[in-house]
Design a protein. Structure first.
Ligand code: ZN
Length: 117
């Protein structure tokens, strides 16, 4: 007999399955690019426990090629306004997985993940 398993199913299970998250432009090398470090900021998706230390999208660190990219500055300003204490820093791989801001924008700006079909 199969034991009753329904009780252990997590209601928000789909949020725990990383395979459907947008994975960005994985192959790109963003060494020498710039990102925005911020105070810890919890993921806005309900039920998600991810906390970002950088400006992120779908849990990926957003990176820009130029330190003075107007778009980067605009986002840093917004982060400042909401008290996230942003600092523009050179991106380094140990920070975590990165995604080019413009690749993210081209993907339709997924905030958390893209649902499979
Ligand atoms: Zn999340």
């Amino acid at each position: 007999m199969e034991p009753e398993r329904r009780s252990i199913v997590v209601p928000d299970q789909e949020l725990l399955e990383d395979e459907e998250l947008w994975t960005g432009d994985d192959d790109a090398d963003h060494g020498g690019w710039f990102c925005v470090r911020t105070d810890p900021f919890p993921c806005p998706a309900s039920g998600c426990v991810f906390v970002a230390d950088f400006m992120t999208a779908a849990h990926l660190i957003l990176v820009w090629q130029e330190r003075d990219d107007p778009n980067l500055l605009w986002h840093a300003q917004r982060a400042k306004e909401v008290g996230r204490n942003p600092r523009v820093v050179g991106y380094e791989e140990p920070f975590g997985a990165s995604a080019s801001y413009y690749a993210w924008e081209a993907a339709g700006r997924p905030v958390h993940g893209i649902r499979g079909r």
